[in-house]
Design a protein around this ligand. Structure first.
Ligand code: SAH
Length: 260
């Protein structure tokens, strides 16, 4: 956050619903289509930003992150999206900010330990602490001060958004939509501190690590990664996800203005 280089924030989501409203909120938006994706650069609440949808999965996310840095010269990246819960204490409607990310489907045994990304020596990629702190404060403020005005009582009840909480810890990414207790159970055995499962974050993490770009990942929990996950996910993404993302990113930009 104290770098001399002027901040330009890259904002990635996999799906349109995970960042709906951000491009519309931009001042002076300028859209450029490159490699099958739309990159929109503009001013987001005082912050120079570039918003893009990566689509789903690790390769899609990695490519998008690399292009954001190399072609659009972003200095920081935030991934905002939804995820399945990876722990009984993490409920639908809660928010998880990553402290570190693991590619949970990486397995080059016996050549390398399980989860280690070959030749990086890493299985867990740590996110940038300063950017993650800003994101976590933004998320906490949103949950405590704003949630009740953003969702009416019927919506809050339907999605069980009574007292959503913020968690910080390990997020796992893989090219799998986790939708069974057995699948999640196996992962938890190997990664007991896992808080959430999704399909992009740890790929963005590897790209940012290799390019030396500070990054943070925030996920709203849309489902329990169990047999009901597909149905819960669809309902949540349609109704809830974009409002979380919009308000948290707005708060993040407002925090970053003046601190850069
Ligand atoms: N059927 C959906 C596919 C969504 S894939 C469609 O056609 O649009 C799920 C997306 O949400 C991924 O981008 C992933 O990062 C996140 N996600 C939410 N819940 C997840 C879960 N249980 N397992 C893995 N990824 C999940």
């Amino acid at each position: 956050m104290n770098s001399n280089k002027k901040l330009r924030l890259g904002v990635i989501s996999a799906l349109a619903e995970e960042q709906e409203g951000l491009v519309e909120a931009m001042k002076g938006p300028h859209k450029l289509t490159h490699a099958m994706r739309d990159y929109t650069q503009g001013n987001l609440w005082g912050i120079d930003a570039v918003c893009v949808l990566s689509r789903i999965g690790k390769a899609a996310a990695a490519m998008t992150a690399a292009i954001l840095v190399e072609k659009f010269e972003v200095t920081h990246i935030v991934f905002t999206g939804v995820a399945g819960s990876g722990d009984i204490f993490v409920k639908v409607g809660d928010i998880v900010v990553a402290e570190s990310l693991v590619q949970h489907d990486m397995d080059a045994r016996p050549l390398f330990p399980r989860f280690e990304v070959p030749l990086t020596g890493l299985s867990r990629f740590p996110s940038d602490l300063a950017l993650s702190d800003h994101l976590a404060f933004s998320a906490q403020d949103f949950l405590s001060d704003e949630l009740k005005s953003v969702f009416n009582e019927v919506e809050a009840k339907e999605f069980g958004l009574d007292e959503p909480r913020l968690h910080r810890g390990l997020i796992g990414s893989g090219d799998q939509f986790i939708h069974s207790r057995a699948q999640l159970g196996q992962l938890k055995e190997a990664l007991p501190d896992l808080l959430a499962v999704e399909m992009e974050g740890a790929a963005v993490a590897q790209v940012c690590f290799e390019l030396g770009i500070p990054y943070a990942v925030i996920r709203t929990v849309s489902d329990n990664a169990n047999e009901d996950a597909a149905v819960d996910f669809m309902r949540f993404v349609r109704t809830v996800a974009s409002r979380y993302a919009f308000h948290v990113v707005k708060r993040l930009c407002e925090r970053l203005v003046g601190r850069t």
